[in-house]
Design a protein around this ligand. Sequence first.
Ligand SMILES: C[S@@+](CC[C@H](N)C(=O)[O-])C[C@H]1O[C@@H](n2cnc3c(N)ncnc32)[C@H](O)[C@@H]1O
Length: 325
Amino acid sequence: MNIVNKMKTDWNRRAEHHAQYWIATENFHDDQKFSRSGEQSARVLLTTIAPYYDPSWMVLDIGCGIGRMLKPLAPHFRSLVGIDVSGEMIRKSKKWLHGLGNVKTLETSGVDLRPFPSDSFNLVYSYVAFQHMPRQVFERYLEETNRVLQPDGYLAFQIPIGLHRNAALGDTIGIRNYSREEISEKLARLGFQLVEERDSKTITGKKQIPIEKLPFILAQKITTAMPDHVTDWVNTDCEKEFSLLDTRMWLWFAEQCLHEGRQDEALRTYKSLLEQDPRSLENWSRIVENLIERGQTKEAQETLEKLKGALPTYTKLNALLNTLK
Ligand SMILES: C[S@@+](CC[C@H](N)C(=O)[O-])C[C@H]1O[C@@H](n2cnc3c(N)ncnc32)[C@H](O)[C@@H]1O
Protein backbone atom coordinates (compact mmCIF):
# COMPACT_ATOMS: atom_id res chain seq x y z
CA MET A 1 0.00 0.00 0.00
CA ASN A 2 1.45 3.40 -0.90
CA ILE A 3 1.20 6.54 1.23
CA VAL A 4 -1.87 7.91 -0.57
CA ASN A 5 -3.84 4.71 0.04
CA LYS A 6 -2.51 4.46 3.59
CA MET A 7 -3.67 8.01 4.44
CA LYS A 8 -7.08 7.31 2.91
CA THR A 9 -7.49 3.95 4.66
CA ASP A 10 -6.40 5.21 8.08
CA TRP A 11 -8.34 8.48 8.05
CA ASN A 12 -11.47 6.84 6.65
CA ARG A 13 -11.32 4.28 9.43
CA ARG A 14 -10.93 7.04 12.02
CA ALA A 15 -13.78 9.05 10.50
CA GLU A 16 -16.06 6.00 10.52
CA HIS A 17 -15.10 5.21 14.10
CA HIS A 18 -15.72 8.68 15.57
CA ALA A 19 -14.80 11.65 13.37
CA GLN A 20 -15.12 14.25 16.13
CA TYR A 21 -12.77 12.33 18.44
CA TRP A 22 -10.06 12.08 15.81
CA ILE A 23 -10.44 15.77 14.92
CA ALA A 24 -10.57 17.38 18.34
CA THR A 25 -9.70 14.70 20.87
CA GLU A 26 -10.46 16.73 23.96
CA ASN A 27 -13.72 18.18 22.65
CA PHE A 28 -15.53 15.26 21.07
CA HIS A 29 -18.06 14.49 23.79
CA ASP A 30 -20.87 16.68 22.56
CA ASP A 31 -21.66 18.73 19.49
CA GLN A 32 -21.78 21.98 21.44
CA LYS A 33 -18.31 21.55 22.84
CA PHE A 34 -17.04 20.54 19.41
CA SER A 35 -18.68 23.62 17.83
CA ARG A 36 -17.17 25.86 20.46
CA SER A 37 -13.72 24.46 19.74
CA GLY A 38 -14.25 25.33 16.06
CA GLU A 39 -15.24 28.89 16.98
CA GLN A 40 -12.11 29.27 19.11
CA SER A 41 -9.81 28.02 16.34
CA ALA A 42 -11.58 30.29 13.83
CA ARG A 43 -11.03 33.24 16.14
CA VAL A 44 -7.29 32.47 16.31
CA LEU A 45 -7.16 32.46 12.49
CA LEU A 46 -9.17 35.69 12.15
CA THR A 47 -6.93 37.42 14.69
CA THR A 48 -3.81 36.26 12.84
CA ILE A 49 -4.98 37.62 9.49
CA ALA A 50 -6.82 40.69 10.89
CA PRO A 51 -4.45 43.38 9.50
CA TYR A 52 -4.83 42.06 5.94
CA TYR A 53 -8.35 40.60 6.04
CA ASP A 54 -10.87 41.19 3.27
CA PRO A 55 -14.38 39.67 3.31
CA SER A 56 -14.29 39.23 -0.49
CA TRP A 57 -11.59 36.57 -0.14
CA MET A 58 -11.87 33.04 -1.53
CA VAL A 59 -10.51 30.61 1.00
CA LEU A 60 -9.17 27.03 0.99
CA ASP A 61 -8.92 24.75 4.06
CA ILE A 62 -6.44 21.85 3.65
CA GLY A 63 -7.40 18.82 5.78
CA CYS A 64 -10.78 20.29 6.76
CA GLY A 65 -12.18 17.18 8.49
CA ILE A 66 -15.94 17.58 8.89
CA GLY A 67 -15.64 21.38 8.66
CA ARG A 68 -15.16 22.30 12.33
CA MET A 69 -13.54 25.62 11.32
CA LEU A 70 -15.34 26.16 8.01
CA LYS A 71 -18.68 26.57 9.78
CA PRO A 72 -17.77 29.52 12.03
CA LEU A 73 -15.65 31.07 9.25
CA ALA A 74 -18.44 30.99 6.65
CA PRO A 75 -19.98 34.39 7.54
CA HIS A 76 -16.58 36.08 7.24
CA PHE A 77 -15.67 35.24 3.62
CA ARG A 78 -17.15 35.26 0.12
CA SER A 79 -16.52 31.56 -0.47
CA LEU A 80 -14.73 28.68 1.23
CA VAL A 81 -13.60 25.27 -0.01
CA GLY A 82 -12.51 22.47 2.29
CA ILE A 83 -10.52 19.48 1.04
CA ASP A 84 -9.64 16.26 2.81
CA VAL A 85 -7.93 12.98 1.94
CA SER A 86 -10.75 11.08 3.66
CA GLY A 87 -13.96 10.58 1.70
CA GLU A 88 -15.69 9.65 4.94
CA MET A 89 -14.74 12.97 6.59
CA ILE A 90 -16.08 14.76 3.53
CA ARG A 91 -19.32 12.74 3.61
CA LYS A 92 -19.80 13.79 7.25
CA SER A 93 -18.90 17.41 6.45
CA LYS A 94 -21.95 17.64 4.16
CA LYS A 95 -24.18 17.09 7.18
CA TRP A 96 -22.18 19.30 9.55
CA LEU A 97 -22.14 22.20 7.04
CA HIS A 98 -25.66 21.71 5.75
CA GLY A 99 -27.31 24.97 4.63
CA LEU A 100 -24.09 27.01 4.23
CA GLY A 101 -24.35 28.20 0.63
CA ASN A 102 -20.82 29.62 0.34
CA VAL A 103 -19.00 26.50 1.62
CA LYS A 104 -18.03 23.48 -0.48
CA THR A 105 -16.05 20.39 0.54
CA LEU A 106 -14.41 17.68 -1.54
CA GLU A 107 -12.23 14.60 -1.26
CA THR A 108 -8.83 14.98 -2.89
CA SER A 109 -5.73 12.86 -3.46
CA GLY A 110 -4.01 13.77 -0.20
CA VAL A 111 -0.85 15.00 -1.92
CA ASP A 112 -1.86 17.84 -4.22
CA LEU A 113 -4.47 20.49 -5.08
CA ARG A 114 -5.13 19.25 -8.60
CA PRO A 115 -8.83 20.22 -8.76
CA PHE A 116 -7.93 23.91 -8.49
CA PRO A 117 -6.48 26.09 -11.23
CA SER A 118 -3.59 28.44 -10.47
CA ASP A 119 -4.43 31.73 -8.70
CA SER A 120 -7.77 30.44 -7.30
CA PHE A 121 -7.58 31.61 -3.68
CA ASN A 122 -6.69 34.63 -1.56
CA LEU A 123 -6.14 32.64 1.63
CA VAL A 124 -5.14 29.01 2.19
CA TYR A 125 -5.13 27.72 5.76
CA SER A 126 -4.55 24.40 7.51
CA TYR A 127 -5.03 23.45 11.14
CA VAL A 128 -3.86 20.35 13.05
CA ALA A 129 -3.47 18.56 9.73
CA PHE A 130 0.07 19.22 8.39
CA GLN A 131 1.51 17.96 11.68
CA HIS A 132 0.22 14.42 10.91
CA MET A 133 1.57 14.31 7.36
CA PRO A 134 4.95 13.01 6.21
CA ARG A 135 7.41 15.83 5.56
CA GLN A 136 7.26 15.13 1.80
CA VAL A 137 3.47 15.58 1.73
CA PHE A 138 3.65 18.82 3.73
CA GLU A 139 6.26 20.20 1.34
CA ARG A 140 4.20 19.18 -1.68
CA TYR A 141 1.20 21.04 -0.21
CA LEU A 142 3.36 24.16 0.24
CA GLU A 143 4.33 23.97 -3.44
CA GLU A 144 0.73 23.47 -4.47
CA THR A 145 -0.45 26.28 -2.19
CA ASN A 146 1.97 28.62 -3.90
CA ARG A 147 0.42 27.63 -7.23
CA VAL A 148 -3.26 28.04 -6.23
CA LEU A 149 -2.75 31.32 -4.35
CA GLN A 150 -3.22 34.59 -6.16
CA PRO A 151 -0.17 36.89 -6.24
CA ASP A 152 0.23 38.35 -2.71
CA GLY A 153 -2.19 35.74 -1.30
CA TYR A 154 -1.78 34.45 2.25
CA LEU A 155 -0.97 31.08 3.77
CA ALA A 156 -1.85 30.51 7.45
CA PHE A 157 -0.94 27.18 8.98
CA GLN A 158 -0.45 25.47 12.29
CA ILE A 159 2.65 23.29 12.72
CA PRO A 160 4.55 22.27 15.87
CA ILE A 161 7.82 24.17 16.09
CA GLY A 162 10.44 22.65 18.34
CA LEU A 163 13.08 19.97 18.45
CA HIS A 164 13.13 17.95 15.25
CA ARG A 165 10.70 15.02 15.45
CA ASN A 166 9.79 12.69 12.59
CA ALA A 167 7.70 9.57 12.07
CA ALA A 168 7.71 6.71 9.57
CA LEU A 169 6.33 7.55 6.12
CA GLY A 170 3.22 5.42 6.65
CA ASP A 171 2.50 6.74 10.14
CA THR A 172 -0.55 8.90 9.43
CA ILE A 173 -1.10 10.21 12.96
CA GLY A 174 2.40 10.62 14.46
CA ILE A 175 3.36 14.24 15.08
CA ARG A 176 6.15 15.82 13.05
CA ASN A 177 7.97 18.77 14.64
CA TYR A 178 9.86 21.35 12.61
CA SER A 179 12.64 23.69 13.58
CA ARG A 180 12.08 27.37 12.94
CA GLU A 181 14.96 27.26 10.43
CA GLU A 182 13.42 24.37 8.51
CA ILE A 183 10.10 26.22 8.15
CA SER A 184 11.82 29.49 7.15
CA GLU A 185 13.95 27.65 4.57
CA LYS A 186 10.98 25.79 3.05
CA LEU A 187 8.83 28.91 2.87
CA ALA A 188 11.59 31.00 1.29
CA ARG A 189 12.42 28.27 -1.24
CA LEU A 190 8.76 27.84 -2.18
CA GLY A 191 8.01 31.50 -2.83
CA PHE A 192 6.69 32.72 0.54
CA GLN A 193 7.72 35.38 3.00
CA LEU A 194 6.97 35.04 6.70
CA VAL A 195 4.57 37.82 7.67
CA GLU A 196 4.43 37.42 11.36
CA GLU A 197 6.95 36.11 13.83
CA ARG A 198 4.71 34.94 16.65
CA ASP A 199 5.70 34.94 20.28
CA SER A 200 8.38 32.25 20.37
CA LYS A 201 7.07 30.76 23.60
CA THR A 202 3.67 29.95 22.11
CA ILE A 203 5.20 28.64 18.93
CA THR A 204 7.87 26.45 20.48
CA GLY A 205 5.25 24.78 22.61
CA LYS A 206 6.89 25.58 25.97
CA LYS A 207 3.54 26.89 27.14
CA GLN A 208 0.71 24.35 27.23
CA ILE A 209 -1.90 25.58 24.74
CA PRO A 210 -5.32 23.93 24.37
CA ILE A 211 -5.60 22.09 21.07
CA GLU A 212 -8.26 24.47 19.70
CA LYS A 213 -6.12 27.58 20.30
CA LEU A 214 -2.81 26.64 18.69
CA PRO A 215 -1.17 29.56 16.85
CA PHE A 216 -0.93 29.95 13.08
CA ILE A 217 2.19 30.85 11.14
CA LEU A 218 1.35 33.48 8.54
CA ALA A 219 3.19 33.79 5.23
CA GLN A 220 2.56 35.69 2.02
CA LYS A 221 3.19 34.50 -1.53
CA ILE A 222 5.84 36.74 -3.02
CA THR A 223 7.00 34.77 -6.06
CA THR A 224 5.83 31.84 -8.13
CA ALA A 225 7.73 28.76 -6.99
CA MET A 226 9.46 26.38 -9.34
CA PRO A 227 7.99 23.05 -8.25
CA ASP A 228 10.26 20.09 -7.75
CA HIS A 229 8.42 17.17 -9.29
CA VAL A 230 10.43 14.37 -7.71
CA THR A 231 7.77 12.33 -5.96
CA ASP A 232 9.26 8.80 -5.75
CA TRP A 233 8.11 8.54 -2.15
CA VAL A 234 4.50 8.30 -3.41
CA ASN A 235 5.16 4.70 -4.46
CA THR A 236 7.04 3.53 -1.37
CA ASP A 237 5.27 0.64 0.35
CA CYS A 238 4.12 1.46 3.89
CA GLU A 239 1.38 -1.06 4.53
CA LYS A 240 2.44 -2.35 7.92
CA GLU A 241 3.23 0.90 9.65
CA PHE A 242 0.99 1.28 12.69
CA SER A 243 2.19 3.72 15.28
CA LEU A 244 2.24 3.71 19.05
CA LEU A 245 0.28 6.96 19.14
CA ASP A 246 -2.41 5.41 16.96
CA THR A 247 -2.77 2.43 19.32
CA ARG A 248 -2.78 4.72 22.36
CA MET A 249 -5.52 6.89 20.91
CA TRP A 250 -7.77 3.92 20.07
CA LEU A 251 -7.20 2.46 23.54
CA TRP A 252 -7.82 5.76 25.28
CA PHE A 253 -11.17 6.06 23.52
CA ALA A 254 -12.14 2.49 24.49
CA GLU A 255 -11.12 3.09 28.10
CA GLN A 256 -13.21 6.28 28.22
CA CYS A 257 -16.18 4.26 26.95
CA LEU A 258 -15.72 1.56 29.59
CA HIS A 259 -15.43 4.27 32.24
CA GLU A 260 -18.70 5.82 31.07
CA GLY A 261 -20.49 2.45 30.83
CA ARG A 262 -20.61 2.46 27.02
CA GLN A 263 -19.56 -1.18 26.66
CA ASP A 264 -20.77 -1.60 23.08
CA GLU A 265 -18.73 1.30 21.85
CA ALA A 266 -15.65 0.03 23.71
CA LEU A 267 -16.04 -3.38 22.07
CA ARG A 268 -16.51 -1.80 18.64
CA THR A 269 -13.32 0.20 19.22
CA TYR A 270 -11.30 -2.87 20.28
CA LYS A 271 -12.54 -4.74 17.21
CA SER A 272 -11.50 -1.89 14.97
CA LEU A 273 -8.08 -1.81 16.57
CA LEU A 274 -7.74 -5.55 16.06
CA GLU A 275 -8.62 -5.27 12.37
CA GLN A 276 -5.74 -2.86 11.96
CA ASP A 277 -3.25 -4.78 14.04
CA PRO A 278 -4.32 -8.45 13.99
CA ARG A 279 -0.92 -9.61 15.22
CA SER A 280 -1.40 -8.01 18.61
CA LEU A 281 -2.22 -10.64 21.22
CA GLU A 282 -3.13 -7.87 23.64
CA ASN A 283 -5.89 -6.66 21.34
CA TRP A 284 -7.36 -10.15 21.13
CA SER A 285 -7.29 -10.56 24.88
CA ARG A 286 -8.96 -7.17 25.41
CA ILE A 287 -11.90 -8.29 23.29
CA VAL A 288 -12.18 -11.67 24.96
CA GLU A 289 -12.02 -10.08 28.44
CA ASN A 290 -14.68 -7.58 27.44
CA LEU A 291 -16.98 -10.31 26.15
CA ILE A 292 -16.52 -12.44 29.27
CA GLU A 293 -17.29 -9.45 31.49
CA ARG A 294 -20.54 -8.98 29.58
CA GLY A 295 -21.44 -12.66 29.97
CA GLN A 296 -21.09 -13.32 26.22
CA THR A 297 -19.10 -16.52 26.70
CA LYS A 298 -20.10 -18.08 23.38
CA GLU A 299 -18.80 -15.08 21.46
CA ALA A 300 -15.67 -15.09 23.64
CA GLN A 301 -15.04 -18.73 22.70
CA GLU A 302 -15.57 -18.00 19.01
CA THR A 303 -13.13 -15.12 19.24
CA LEU A 304 -10.52 -17.43 20.77
CA GLU A 305 -11.07 -19.88 17.92
CA LYS A 306 -10.51 -17.08 15.40
CA LEU A 307 -7.36 -16.14 17.28
CA LYS A 308 -5.89 -19.57 16.50
CA GLY A 309 -6.22 -18.83 12.79
CA ALA A 310 -4.93 -15.30 13.03
CA LEU A 311 -1.96 -16.01 15.25
CA PRO A 312 -0.50 -19.43 14.45
CA THR A 313 2.37 -18.77 16.87
CA TYR A 314 -0.14 -18.59 19.68
CA THR A 315 -1.48 -22.06 18.78
CA LYS A 316 2.06 -23.43 18.52
CA LEU A 317 3.00 -22.05 21.93
CA ASN A 318 -0.17 -23.48 23.42
CA ALA A 319 0.64 -26.90 21.98
CA LEU A 320 4.16 -26.72 23.41
CA LEU A 321 2.75 -25.73 26.78
CA ASN A 322 0.43 -28.75 26.69
CA THR A 323 3.38 -31.09 26.08
CA LEU A 324 4.97 -29.77 29.27
CA LYS A 325 1.88 -30.41 31.38
C1 LIG B 1 -6.93 16.30 13.33
S1 LIG B 1 -7.94 16.45 11.90
C2 LIG B 1 -8.21 18.21 11.82
C3 LIG B 1 -9.40 18.61 10.96
C4 LIG B 1 -9.61 20.11 10.78
N1 LIG B 1 -8.45 20.75 10.23
C5 LIG B 1 -10.00 20.76 12.09
O1 LIG B 1 -9.17 21.48 12.66
O2 LIG B 1 -11.13 20.56 12.54
C6 LIG B 1 -6.82 16.14 10.58
C7 LIG B 1 -7.51 16.07 9.24
O3 LIG B 1 -6.54 16.07 8.22
C8 LIG B 1 -6.95 15.15 7.22
N2 LIG B 1 -5.75 14.74 6.49
C9 LIG B 1 -4.76 13.93 6.90
N3 LIG B 1 -3.82 13.79 5.94
C10 LIG B 1 -4.25 14.53 4.88
C11 LIG B 1 -3.73 14.79 3.59
N4 LIG B 1 -2.59 14.26 3.19
N5 LIG B 1 -4.43 15.61 2.77
C12 LIG B 1 -5.61 16.15 3.17
N6 LIG B 1 -6.16 15.92 4.37
C13 LIG B 1 -5.49 15.14 5.23
C14 LIG B 1 -7.62 14.03 8.00
O4 LIG B 1 -8.46 13.23 7.20
C15 LIG B 1 -8.37 14.82 9.05
O5 LIG B 1 -9.65 15.17 8.62
